[in-house]
Structure formats: structure tokens, C-alpha cells
Design a protein around this ligand. Structure first.
Ligand SMILES: [Zn+2]
Length: 196
């Protein structure tokens, strides 16, 4: 039977993130032990994270490895955006993917069905790789960590996968992928890169 959380008490709870511990009081169900995080708890958590964001930027970075092939495709795309580095571009791709594609089941299913496995593989199997650190804002990092816990993959592996997918879309000559790019991604990316 599902617990209806009737016996609530306030307790100090711990949450581990980035090998650090966040501690705050919140409502806890005495019957099932569930943490019922209220707005006050979430507010304190975000405040705590922003403090860490200021002092420990390294915790908000993912260390990725990309094929030289992908990096040169990114640089070619960025020829129209002077001053934007591939790192900023990749962060934009990941943020747009999670906010636009991943949240919408129709769009994510469509994208998966259109991706060309051969091009994906050519980007993934390239042994000639370069390390790139991509830094995220607290909100995006929280989402990445949640996804990584769910999929049991590291945040870096997820970022690599998303970048490879979207670079495949960018470099594709397939009509449907071109349309997906024009309709779903390009506008957001333009906005993101102009603001960067
Ligand atoms: Zn309960």
C-alpha cells in the first residue's frame, strides 16, 4: 500500500552531491521515511549550490573527450559566430537538448528515429580525441546529475553523447534531419550564441 505521509516530523537530512554534503531541515514522513522537500528546503539547497558554484567552479565541469572530427565540425559551424569557443557552443547544445528535445517525447523519439548510425559511429569511433572541459550553471548541472543517476552513466558520458547526436544533426545532409535542425534547434542556438 502506498504511504499517504500522515505522520510528518521535521528532521535534519543530508544530501550528497559533488562529494560534498548538504544538510538542512525538512519534513520527513515518520511512517515510510520519505523526505518531503518543501520550498524552503529547495531554496536553501539552491543557495548552497550557488555558493559552491562561486568557489568550486571545477565541480560544475564535465571532462569530455571528443574526436578531432567533431571539434573541427564545431569550429566550421562557429565561423559565423566570431569569439564563440567550441566549449561554449557545446554547452549550448547540451542545454538546448535537455530543455527542448529531451523534455518532449515526440521530439526525442523523432530525433532518435532520424539519426544516421553510420555518422554517429564515425564520430564515436574516432580514436583521435581531445579533452574538453564543459562548464555548466547550477540548474543544468543538477539536471545532468539527476539524468546520470537515472541512466547510471557519468555526467561527462551524457554530455559526450548529446554533443555527438546534435553534431550529427548539424552535419547531416538528410532532408528530415535538416528540417529537425531548422525547426527545433537552430533558433534556440542562435539566441544562445548571441547572448554568450
Ligand atoms: Zn510516508
Amino acid at each position: 500500500m502506498e504511504c499517504s505521509h500522515k505522520n510528518i516530523s521535521t528532521k535534519k537530512v543530508k544530501k550528497e552531491i559533488f562529494d560534498m554534503i548538504f544538510e538542512a531541515k525538512t519534513s520527513v514522513c515518520s511512517d515510510c521515511g520519505a523526505y518531503l522537500r518543501d520550498n524552503e528546503y529547495e531554496r536553501k539547497y539552491m543557495h548552497w549550490l550557488e555558493g559552491i558554484y562561486k568557489e568550486r567552479r571545477d565541480k560544475f565541469q564535465t571532462q569530455c573527450h571528443f574526436s578531432k572530427n567533431i571539434i573541427s565540425c564545431a569550429e566550421a559551424y562557429l565561423a559565423d559566430y566570431p569569439g564563440i569557443s567550441p566549449t561554449v557552443f557545446m554547452r549550448a547544445l547540451v542545454t538546448i537538448y535537455f530543455n527542448v528535445v529531451d523534455r518532449d517525447e515526440k521530439k526525442s523519439t523523432l530525433l532518435e528515429s532520424l539519426l544516421d548510425p553510420e555518422i554517429l559511429e564515425s564520430f564515436t569511433n574516432d580514436k583521435d580525441r581531445k579533452k574538453i572541459n564543459i562548464q555548466f550553471k547550477p540548474n543544468m548541472m543538477i539536471e545532468l546529475i539527476a539524468v546520470s543517476e537515472f541512466l547510471e552513466m557519468s555526467p561527462s558520458a551524457i554530455v559526450e553523447e548529446v554533443v555527438v547526436k546534435l553534431m550529427t544533426v548539424i552535419t547531416s545532409h538528410d532532408q528530415k534531419l535538416r528540417e529537425f535542425w531548422e525547426n527545433e534547434i537552430r533558433g534556440y542556438l542562435d539566441m544562445f550564441l548571441k547572448a554568450a
